[in-house]
Design a protein around this ligand. Structure first.
Ligand SMILES: *[C@@H]1O[C@H](CO)[C@@H](O)[C@H](O)[C@H]1NC(C)=O
Ligand SMILES: *[C@@H]1O[C@H](CO)[C@@H](O)[C@H](O)[C@H]1NC(C)=O
Ligand SMILES: *[C@@H]1O[C@H](CO)[C@@H](O)[C@H](O)[C@H]1NC(C)=O
Ligand SMILES: *[C@@H]1O[C@H](CO)[C@@H](O)[C@H](O)[C@H]1NC(C)=O
Length: 782
């Protein structure tokens, strides 16, 4: 045995050779040397000098007195070890503990802000080393306590979180190694987001997320409930935010440790009979605990073996290829992109049993409930989801998520409800009772997207005109918020502009049908004659449409005054088309989704893809290609292909009834009868209770007689025979109350049964555009 081994042995044996001072405290007149120790009153903990693992360096620390395999729970001089046994701990008159080696400072406490009178340092039975004034029992008045400076071990009564008054953080940092208690780079920490949550981090990287506290447990760890050994609790007030736990039986020994090499949190319980630590819980527990393993909108399903990622319903893999090979981190994308700018066009789908997403970008208000939360979230386009912040009982509080939703997990038991923003078409069809004006305005936006969202400008010849064209475009782009696509992606989407994708030929270029990788159908206009005639008009159109899409989101339900104003605006726009413009224009596809509302809620008629110009003396035309949208098409057009200004009037009548009833003709179902919206309105009319068509009886921003007049006019417009319907100039006079109203007769289509199958017109129905039609694409009602 060489001299070195002997020294090691001696060092290891030191604790048992120590002469215990059999005291739990030191005061100003008494210091503690290496070899001496303090023992807490009940004998659970011991404070003294030790050497960890194979190290010979000396540290001041706290361990369990009765656990034979020395288990250290706290270290004072973590970063500044003493290289021999000459360390001395003293308490000075200012109430600070000072650790010195040969009179040089090794470590000290820092309570300069507090006044000390007869200070004493006491090792409490909880394992907390405190400095307090003699006789002081109020923990709030402690001058200093080791629980405020945790190492890697979380003991009952310790806090993990933040003192908001002082800005002091309680966090748990792993030892570098079993031989070295200096701080490693793995730590357990509370992130002070609006909705705070607990993470295991490595440097700045999030490794594992416990989830935010939901009143009962951390969102991802429902097993924290109903624990017979520990009770876990979370405190959040203006002074503090922290997580802690206590024991049902104080003589039980448990600890929770953050480990560097495995980046894992272990919870152990001391089993006296076995004289051993038994592992009772570790985190992470499973594959699904890995932070963001499924990427955005991915949901890790922990009940399958092996555990795997799913896309949430309504979402598909971002990269299907990678997904199939179990590379999930690319996440998922929406099947139907949000329309977003229009708050009434989206809704929420409830997902159950989840660990809620990462809360980095959240907003919290604990005093409002789910319904107000929904309204708030709906009104902000970047709000992607909401939930109760506290799920106890009926649930309370409001948390909203902004930006992509990441790191969700489908729990096997418990879990929370999360309401995720979805395109209206993804909403549960059976939920008919959504505010129906919503449906109306949402449709307005859909119609435009088709035509407008994607445009590009491209040259076939490399000439100056082409260069200017690009420049011009990018300058203009500054004042609008359009999504731009590069040429290759548009080319791919349209199958390299294949002939089979061609929808028609317009005045300045062909129109192609295409599909984006996320499944969204688009129509692409390709400019054939670069930057020549048509480009300005084209850009103007795109800009107008872009502006129209950007509704402000401040609006709630539309009041009656506004609705009637909108009806009047559409009527004037249609009158302009029919007789005030130089040409007589039949729109042929007038429907709510082709009526856009600008920020002042002024309606604009849009989408003239099917419009026909008539000679001013021409009244009627027949076509064998019947296009348009069922529900809005008049009987003579839908059945015989005969269209005229009166077929537009019919469509307008449908729109009036939709706006008044807040119901969409396509989706109208009434439990009491088999009639469609028109039949329903007619039935109420002949039963002399037309006001029951109104969907909002509370708002009195317009007179009842005025609203009834609108219903009356709507019914006149949808009459079976075209010659019975008023023309638009009569309609405008009627709306203004300047014309007597005849009694309406039965509407054209009035039952659901003899109605042709209803569906939206698809891009394939777009017919050739002519230049004059395009430049008229957006009409402003006067
Ligand atoms: C002591 O407190 C002061 C002021 O709060 C701080 O700047 C300093 O870093 C602290 N020193 C130690 C060793 O904690
Ligand atoms: C507390 O635990 C100790 C040791 O396990 C046991 O002897 C004692 O009966 C327990 N006390 C209670 C009240 O459960
Ligand atoms: C929470 O909502 C209530 C009710 O709307 C409001 O009075 C309060 O100011 C809100 N608190 C915060 C922090 O926004
Ligand atoms: C939406 O919420 C975000 C995050 O709270 C905020 O920055 C933004 O201003 C809000 N937008 C609107 C229109 O209220």
């Amino acid at each position: 045995m060489d001299i070195f081994s002997v020294m090691t042995m001696v060092a290891c044996m030191l604790p048992s050779l120590r002469i215990s001072v059999a005291n739990d405290s030191i005061n100003v007149s008494k210091s503690m040397t290496d070899g001496e120790s303090l023992v807490s009153k009940g004998g659970k903990f011991e404070l003294g000098f030790f050497s960890p693992g194979n190290s010979q360096k000396r540290y001041l620390g706290i361990w369990y007195k009765n656990v034979p395999n020395q288990t250290v729970v706290w270290v004072a001089n973590r970063e500044n070890p003493i290289n021999d046994s000459s360390g001395i701990l003293t308490l000075n008159t200012t109430g600070n503990l000072v650790l010195t080696q040969n009179k040089s400072l090794v470590w000290y406490t820092n309570n300069s802000h507090n006044q000390a009178q007869n200070p004493v340092a006491v090792l409490l039975e909880s394992g907390n080393l405190v400095i307090r004034n003699e006789g002081e029992t109020n923990p709030e008045a402690y001058l200093w306590q080791s629980f405020d400076y945790p190492s890697d071990t979380f003991l009952p009564g310790m806090k993990l979180g933040w003192n908001l008054r002082t800005g002091h953080e309680w966090k748990l940092t792993a030892w570098k190694s079993p031989d070295d208690p200096s701080p490693g780079d793995v730590y357990r920490v509370f992130k002070l987001y609006n909705y705070p949550e607990l993470y295991v981090m490595k440097k700045t990287k999030k490794l594992y997320r416990f989830g935010p506290w939901n009143g009962l447990y951390f969102s991802g760890m429902s097993d924290l409930q109903n624990n017979t050994v520990h009770s876990f609790y979370y405190v959040s007030n203006k002074d503090e935010i922290y997580y802690a736990y206590s024991l049902a039986n104080d003589s039980v020994i448990v600890r929770s440790v953050t480990d560097q090499t495995t980046s894992t949190v272990y919870r152990y319980k001391w089993v006296v009979g076995e004289q051993n630590w038994r592992l009772s819980r570790s985190f992470p527990t499973e594959f699904c605990d890995t932070y963001s393993v499924c990427g955005a909108y991915g949901n890790c399903v922990s009940s399958t073996q092996p555990q795997a990622c799913n896309c949430l319903k309504g979402f598909s893999p971002n990269s299907p290829q990678a997904w199939k090979s179990s590379y999930w981190s690319g996440g998922c994308v929406r099947n139907k992109p949000l329309i977003c700018e229009e708050k009434l066009s989206d809704g929420f789908v409830k997902f159950k049993g989840l660990k809620v997403p990462d809360t980095t970008h959240t907003w919290l208000n604990e005093s409002i409930g789910l319904e107000e939360c929904r309204v708030k979230c709906l009104s902000n386009c970047s709000c992607m989801a909401f939930a109760n912040s506290d799920i106890r009982g009926e649930g309370s509080g409001c948390v909203m998520w902004f930006g992509d939703l990441i790191d969700m997990k489908q729990l096997q038991t418990d879990g929370q409800d999360l309401y995720i923003r979805m395109h209206a078409s993804e909403l549960d069809r059976h939920k008919k009772n959504m505010p129906v004006v919503a449906a109306f305005t949402s449709a307005a936006i859909c119609g435009v997207l088709l035509l407008s969202s994607y445009f590009f400008c491209r040259s076939r010849r490399r000439n100056n005109a082409a260069t200017n064209c690009w420049k011009d475009k990018s300058e203009k782009d500054d004042n609008m918020d359009l999504q731009a696509f590069d040429f290759p992606s548009i080319s791919n989407a349209t199958n390299q502009f294949s002939e089979s994708n061609k929808l028609g030929q317009g005045g300045f270029g062909p129109v192609y049908k295409g599909m984006l990788p996320n499944g969204q159908e688009i129509a692409v206009k390709r400019l054939s004659n670069i930057c020549g005639q048509g480009l300005d008009e084209f850009k103007n159109e795109v800009m107008l449409i872009a502006k129209l899409q950007h509704h402000s989101a401040r609006r709630a339900l539309l009041g009656w005054a506004k609705r009637l104003e909108i009806i009047g605006g559409i009527a004037r726009g249609l009158l302009y088309l029919h007789q005030d413009s130089k040409l007589k224009i039949i729109h042929r596809d007038l429907k709510t989704s082709n009526v856009l509302l600008d920020s002042n809620m002024n309606p604009k008629i849009s989408d003239f893809g099917m419009a026909r110009t008539f000679e001013l003396d021409q009244d009627e035309e027949n076509t064998t290609r019947i296009m348009g949208t069922y529900g809005y098409m008049s009987p003579e057009y839908a059945v015989h292909g005969s269209f005229s200004v009166k077929s537009d009037v019919y469509s307008f009548g449908v729109i009036i009834l939709e706006i008044i009833s807040g119901r969409k003709i396509k989706e109208f179902i009434d439990p009491h009868h088999d009639l469609n919206l028109l039949g329903h309105a007619w039935r109420l009319w002949i039963q002399q209770r037309p006001m029951q068509l109104m969907d909002d009886l509370a708002d009195n921003s317009a007179g009842l007689s005025e609203i009834l007049r609108h219903i009356h006019i709507g019914l006149l417009c949808v009459q079976q025979r075209p010659e019975d319907r008023p023309n638009m100039s009569s309609v405008v006079l009627m709306l203004n109350g300047e014309k007597l109203l005849p009694q309406p007769s039965q509407p054209g289509f009035y039952t659901g049964n003899n109605h042709p199958p209803m569906r939206e017109s698809s891009p394939r129905n777009l017919e050739a555009f002519s230049f004059s039609e395009m430049s008229n694409s957006v009409l402003v009602a006067r």
